[in-house]
Design a protein around this ligand. Structure first.
Ligand code: SAH
Length: 245
């Protein structure tokens, strides 16, 4: 079933008129004619059936979908800027895995620098990757994207569990799965291709982060982000499961 995030409130019994891009996607790309779709507005989901009203593509809103496809833990991914294709892969997967927020940052070993002249275009592209990921896997929320911050602003990220993935922590630090025990929010920091400098690791630990190992194998930054997100979301479970227990 196809899902769309509505940009106007949804009312049972009323039609939702698709945006131009949504109408193009629904009628020309996936060719939905009188088919059930999932529509989401401000976190609340509904089922609707596509139709055409006065030549405009719409969906008649039929009933609420009580299922909430969100992680029980509000997860933040603090992700160092890495090469463009890899960073975009991380955004797509972070959205699918269930992160609530992505905070890009620049640290000393980042080879990729933020291009200030292209800042807005890049942010719009990243937001659309997050939206498409969320739509594709039927989330109730689109992960938010913060501005790219310098490394030493990571102390402004707030969460009940704050972890920094450090490849040299194997044998001396906890595994992420051991640190998670029901916290309602968690932030995980993943370094760039070249990793963190020892000073940066110390800084993170001085600012409330716990160094965590993701195992004895050194993962690529993008793998580390996907791995850490999977571990956390598996440990936390979904809102549907947790709240119905
Ligand atoms: N400095 C390393 C590679 C860094 S890997 C080297 O070239 O040898 C990129 C990022 O992924 C790291 O900064 C860390 O956040 C994360 N990472 C990769 N493997 C990890 C592991 N086994 N445990 C914890 N973090 C890991």
């Amino acid at each position: 079933m196809q899902q769309y995030f509505a940009n106007t409130p949804l009312v049972v019994g009323n039609p939702y008129f698709f945006t131009k891009e949504q109408a193009h996607h629904a009628s020309d790309v996936v060719r939905l004619h009188q088919e059930t779709v999932r529509l989401v507005y401000e976190g609340k989901a509904y089922f609707g059936v596509t139709c055409t009203i006065d030549g405009e593509f719409a969906a008649m809103v039929e009933k609420e979908d009580p299922q909430v496809h969100e992680c029980a833990c509000e997860m933040t991914l603090c992700m160092a800027l890495i090469r463009r294709e890899k960073f975009e892969l991380v955004l797509q997967k972070a959205s699918e895995i269930g992160f609530a927020r992505v905070v890009p940052f620049v640290s000393s070993r980042c080879v990729v620098k933020e291009k200030h002249d292209k800042k807005e275009r890049v942010a719009a592209r990243w937001q659309s990757i997050l939206l498409e990921g969320a739509q594709q896997c039927k989330r109730n929320l689109v992960p938010s994207l913060s501005e790219t911050i310098p490394f030493d602003h990571l102390d402004q990220v707030h969460a009940q569990l704050k972890a920094a993935a450090y490849e040299n922590a194997y044998g001396t630090s906890e595994r992420l799965s051991h640190l998670y025990h029901g916290q309602k929010s968690a932030a995980i920091v993943i370094g760039p291709e070249g990793g963190f400098s020892p000073d940066e690791v110390q800084w993170l630990m001085d600012h409330g982060y716990q160094a965590v190992t993701l195992g004895s194998r050194i993962l690529r930054a993008e793998t580390a982000a996907i791995y850490a997100g999977s571990v956390l979301s598996e440990a936390a479970g979904d809102q549907n499961e947790v709240f119905s227990m």
